[in-house]
Design a protein around this ligand. Structure first.
Ligand code: SF4
Ligand code: SF4
Length: 288
């Protein structure tokens, strides 16, 4: 079983379009949406939730009013001003540092685990999918990404799948690192702009730091042939295989609006190019 992650240095490069197309093309796989801060693969794959689970992460102080003597020590020590004059903790301001519970003489403060989000195991028309939703202003998305990946891998092993196909988070932060560890190939999707090249370079740097095989796709390459050439030169100089280039095609947008992958939507150049990219990716099954 091989794990591939589709990533981009920033949002809006067509990462989810390509991942959704792979979902339609790959025969025996589990899908994982690791873009837990702004998941959108579900818009294409329309998962039917089979299992819903709570994701807990971090702690918040809670004051038991029946034990509190109103001595005020907790208010004084809290450098985040998270406890108000009525001895109630604001869960948004509380950083879970635990200091207040140490100083409380009445043992009135306990630390409770936060419900930070949810994760799901679902069925889609292309097979199983694991996905998640992080609560607003919640941190620890890296942890949630690791959880989604672990569950997807477990399902893939149980069902003897050939692939785990992961829609990674954009950017280069903690969730991306969590989507990269232990992966067989990171497929970077970029677009022909200078910022696209810059962002791809940054995320490639992160992937290579972890010793991960990197391949690249230039999406909407015909919008700027000069910069496409620059990206190809960059790849040649850095020993990165350009797995394919995808033409700008309005039917990709139309397919998304209808909640379909480009593979299902209609025949055309973009569909052919993405299918060819998927075919070329099969090499990693034999090589590694
Ligand atoms: S845990 Fe830390 S941040 Fe939260 S209320 Fe107590 S002292 Fe303040
Ligand atoms: S330190 Fe404990 S007893 Fe004192 S005000 Fe805070 S919660 Fe109440």
């Amino acid at each position: 079983m091989k794990q591939i992650v589709v990533i981009s240095g920033k949002g809006g490069t067509g990462k989810t379009v390509i991942t959704g197309a792979f979902a339609a093309l790959a025969k025996n796989k589990v899908m994982a949406d690791c873009d837990v801060d702004a998941a959108d693969l579900h818009l294409l794959l329309k998962p039917k939730i089979k299992e819903r689970n709570i994701f807990k992460s971090g702690v918040t102080a809670v004051i038991d009013k029946s034990k509190c003597t109103e001595c005020g020590k907790c208010i004084k020590i809290c450098r985040f001003n998270a406890i108000n004059k009525d001895f109630v903790v604001d869960p948004i301001s509380c950083e879970g540092c635990v200091f207040c519970s140490f100083v409380c003489p009445a043992e009135a403060i306990k630390m409770e685990k936060n419900v930070s989000g949810e994760w799901f195991i679902s069925d889609t028309r292309f097979g199983p999918m694991v996905h998640a939703k992080l609560g607003i202003a919640e941190e620890n998305s890296g942890k949630l990404v690791s959880l989604v990946r672990q569950k997807a891998k477990e399902i893939a092993e149980k069902r003897k799948c050939d692939w785990v196909i992961i829609d990674g988070a954009p950017g280069i932060g903690c969730p991306v690192i969590a989507s990269l560890t232990g992966i067989d190939c990171a497929l970077v999707i970029t677009e022909p702009t200078l910022s696209g090249l810059h962002d791809a370079d940054r995320v490639i740097g992160v992937a290579r730091h972890f010793g991960i095989l990197v391949k690249l796709v230039i999406n909407k390459y015909d919008l700027n042939i000069d910069i496409t050439k620059k990206i190809e030169n960059y790849c040649r100089d850095n020993d990165i295989q350009v797995l394919g280039k995808v033409i700008f095609d309005k039917s990709i947008v139309k397919a998304m609006v209808e909640g379909k992958t480009i593979i299902e939507y209609r025949d055309g150049k973009a569909k052919e190019e993405i299918a060819a990219i998927w075919d070329r990716l099969q090499e990693i099954k034999e090589k590694r």
